[in-house]
Design a protein around this ligand. Structure first.
Ligand SMILES: Nc1ncnc2c1ncn2[C@@H]1O[C@H](COP(=O)(O)OP(=O)(O)O)[C@@H](O)[C@H]1O
Ligand SMILES: [Mg+2]
Length: 514
């Protein structure tokens, strides 16, 4: 039996239904004071819903919640927050055109009335230093890379001085090093007596940091375990209910047929500074070029310049031997360039549109889906059903807004749509970020399949394991250009880590060289 005195939160028999779909089905969950408790499970298994119920985003259909020994009924997040339960959501709630400082002050009741900006700034700076956040308080949030936006969200909750901090998939947008930092920070928070719930589908991270792990599968509680009581195999079996297979093999080497050439590319960031600096490279059909690097080193600007949503300041891009500098996004799509962006909500889909409409965004020019009078919605819906089926997308129905999908399922909608578009070049930014084990394997296989069928892929990833697993060649991007490009296998993780920090190939310590 659990010692109740130790518990700060006890949720029992929580059921929450959306459109007849049981997101939580009689789930029990307890949180101890000072512990880090991980909620682990595949995408769409109800982790976020359970914590939304705890934090007052949703009221449960049935079940009880006890907080600090008393039964509570929160009907909106502000109520929970006022009592010390705060959640950092996976999707950002930041106001893009305000500064970091303004975003952190915004909506904090402690800041009502007269604002002593100097004092607030001093306090915040102390937090920022304490947690090594490296955020500039005066930056406009919209201009920050996605990783920094996430940090602002976490910072926002920390300054509210919560007793229970829930973080929803916090590491998905962070680099390896940022993740390690964050884990240390979360540990510190827990050591100070606060309780932390980390929602994650990443077993490795969960095992590293959690005192206890609660696994959900398809809305149901599978069990609560301590990390050292279970093996990774057992844990993944708890998550997926089946053994996960391995990534498929590459059948053939890349072709020698060039499809993309970039020469002396210069691209500016939103701030107007040089983000891509004299970058040159070539990509062949049947090749995956993995771009590894700390995010914010020009990766995003590079993709945007290629797909045509960011101005090219200097240099040339050839696609299928044609200079495409001046072409529109639509013309580039028609030529066969597909983009799977890292910011899925803002760039990848129109959240307020339904799943079928989002799928239809890419079909509107295709004669197959048109009638003489315009689009054939029936056909597009059928096609959406097909994508939902083929890509195993868990969703309440193709008529519902895509915003209602969990992150992984949303990604599957985009990936499905782009793969089915049969392009020749795929630019994939963090394609498995936020996905569970099964979906990650699916996406990686899909990328390899694209490669094996002669398409070219640029894979931008913060996950070195993923780069090692998929790339034919690896480029290390730092400060706007490639520090080096080499065949996968030439350097190990340590060497690549060094190059990611700007060390050049010839400067690598001798003893590390193979
Ligand atoms: N606001 C909502 N409206 C309708 N369905 C929802 C809503 N929130 C979540 N769901 C559905 O509930 C299920 C669980 O989702 P979620 O809790 O986000 O899972 P997880 O966080 O484990 O990925 C999914 O099928 C999801 O589509
Ligand atoms: Mg979730």
């Amino acid at each position: 039996m659990e010692n109740r005195d130790n518990l700060i939160v006890e949720m029992s028999n929580i059921t929450k239904t959306f459109f007849g779909n049981k997101a939580n089905d009689k789930v029990n969950f307890t949180l101890k004071r000072g512990e880090i408790h991980a909620l682990l499970g595949e995408n769409g298994t109800g982790k976020t819903t359970l914590m939304n119920v705890l934090t007052g985003v949703y009221e449960p259909d049935s079940g009880d919640i006890f907080y600090k020994g008393k039964q509570v009924y929160f009907s909106y997040p502000g109520q929970a927050l006022a009592q010390g339960i705060g959640m950092v959501h996976q999707r950002f709630s930041l106001v893009g055109n305000l500064t970091v400082l303004e975003n952190i002050i915004l909506g904090n009741p402690a800041n009502s009335g007269y604002l002593n900006l100097k004092k607030i700034k001093k306090e915040l700076t102390a937090y920022i230093e304490k947690y090594h956040f490296q955020v500039d308080l005066d930056s406009i949030v919209d201009k920050l890379p996605i990783g920094l936006k996430q940090k602002v969200e976490i910072l926002k909750m920390l300054v509210r001085n919560v007793d229970v901090l829930v973080v929803d998939e916090p590491t998905t947008v962070l680099t390896k090093q940022e993740t390690d930092n964050l884990l240390v920070n979360l540990k510190k928070i827990a050591e100070s007596g606060k309780s932390v719930v980390i929602i994650s589908h990443k077993m490795k991270i969960v095992r590293k940091i959690a005192d206890r792990i609660t696994v959900l599968r398809k809305g149901k509680l599978i069990g609560t375990v301590k990390p050292d009581e279970v093996s990774s195999e057992e844990l993944s079996m708890m998550m997926v209910g089946k053994q996960v297979g391995s990534v498929m093999e590459r059948k053939v080497p890349p072709t020698t047929e060039n499809i993309l050439a970039v020469e002396g590319l210069h691209v500016h960031s939103d701030k107007g500074i040089l983000a891509v600096d004299s970058l040159s490279f070539r990509l062949n059909r049947g090749e995956i070029l993995g771009i590894a690097g700390v995010s914010g080193n020009g990766q995003n600007e590079l993709s945007e310049a290629i797909v045509g949503i960011r101005e090219i300041r200097d240099g040339k891009i050839w696609f299928k031997k044609v200079v495409i500098n001046k072409l529109s996004v639509r013309e580039k799509i028609d030529m066969g360039i597909s983009y799977i962006p890292s910011d899925r909500i803002h760039v990848g889909v129109a959240g307020q549109l339904s799943t079928w409409e989002n799928v239809g965004l890419k079909t509107y020019r295709d004669a197959k889906y048109s009638t003489p009078f315009g689009l054939d919605n029936k056909k597009i819906k059928k096609y959406a059903d097909y994508i939902v089926e083929k890509y195993d997308i868990l969703q309440p129905g193709i008529e519902f807004p895509s915003l209602l999908l969990s992150g992984g399922n949303l990604q599957k909608v985009i990936i499905g749509r782009e793969i089915e578009a049969e392009s020749d070049l795929y630019i994939c930014e963090y394609p498995t970020r936020g996905l569970d084990v099964g979906a990650t394997e699916f996406v990686r296989n899909a990328i390899l399949e694209l490669r094996n069928s002669g398409k070219a892929v640029i894979l931008i990833s913060g996950d070195l394991d993923e780069v090692f697993m998929l790339a034919d060649n690896i480029a290390i991007m730092h400060a706007g250009h490639f520090v080096s490009v080499f065949p996968n296998g030439k350097y190990n993780v340590t060497e690549i880590g060094l190059m990611m920090s700007g060390v050049k190939e010839h400067e690598l310590p001798k003893q590390l060289e193979k």
